[in-house]
Ligand binder design. Structure first.
Ligand code: DHB
Ligand code: MG
Length: 233
């Protein structure tokens, strides 16, 4: 999908760089992940550093101990979360590409945090169903950042797996404004609209979403507080 970069993009990137320079000290472990991603020729679609830091602060603010991540890529956001956990914390992160699983494993080990991270290789829908079936201990925070066409299904699973009082965050919910473009029939965009419909109608999720601009262009995040368990069907 070709993205038209607006004239403001250089300024958005410049401001992100300014924020990083002031608030995010150089960190060898994060740099290592980005370097390895580049070497492996992954698209640079990991969350932006300042967004990773926001997720890290939220997790620390809430005293989060168990995190579920859907979509590991090279483990960049995984590392931000791992850095937020207490010594007995755990992240389960789901990734369907074996090469990315290996990268995430290597990157978290290099950051000395591999012991906190359980990487599950497989189709996210299958892995999530397995986690539900085995009554996995509920998560305090779930981050959805995988294929967008299935994000409404991932949300439904996340609702089952995240405790009441926990948080569900979904990345990439605006997609350069394509969210509201009526000519869009891209399955990813349809998936995000389905996510919003589900957020709107699901009892037990109290949600907002917001737009972001920055080094990754124009996009957004949704944030939902789990206020009640899903109504079983
Ligand atoms: C893109 C960005 C993301 O954050 C993501 O999770 C997937 C794709 C993108 O810019 O294409
Ligand atoms: Mg994303």
């Amino acid at each position: 999908m070709k993205i038209h970069h607006p004239a403001e993009q250089p300024q958005w990137t410049e401001i992100d760089t300014y924020i990083e320079t002031h608030l995010l000290p150089p960190d060898a472990a994060f740099q290592h992940v980005l370097t390895r991603s580049q070497q492996a020729k992954l698209l640079p679609i990991h969350i932006a550093p300042n967004q990773g830091k926001l997720l890290n602060l939220i997790a620390r603010f809430a005293g989060v101990r168990r995190i579920l991540e859907i979509g590991s890529l090279a483990g960049y956001s995984t590392l931000w979360f791992a850095r937020a956990l207490p010594p007995d914390g755990q992240i389960i992160t789901i990734e369907q590409t074996p090469r990315y699983v290996q990268l995430t494993r290597d990157n978290l080990d290099a950051a000395q945090l591999g012991h906190l991270v359980d990487i599950r290789l497989g189709d996210a829908s299958d892995v999530l169903q397995t986690l539900i079936d085995v009554h996995t201990e509920p998560f305090d925070l779930t981050f959805i950042d995988a294929d967008k066409k299935n994000c409404a299904n991932y949300l439904a699973a996340a609702h089952q797996l995240t405790r009441v009082g926990g948080l569900i965050v979904c990345d990439n919910v605006v997609r350069h404004g394509r969210l509201t473009d009526p000519s869009q029939t891209d399955p990813d965009i349809l998936g995000i609209r389905e996510l919003f419909t589900r957020l709107q109608h699901t009892t037990g999720l109290d949600s907002t979403a917001f737009q972001t601009v920055g080094s990754k262009g124009w996009d957004g995040l949704s944030v939902s507080l789990v206020t009640a368990p899903p109504i079983s069907t």
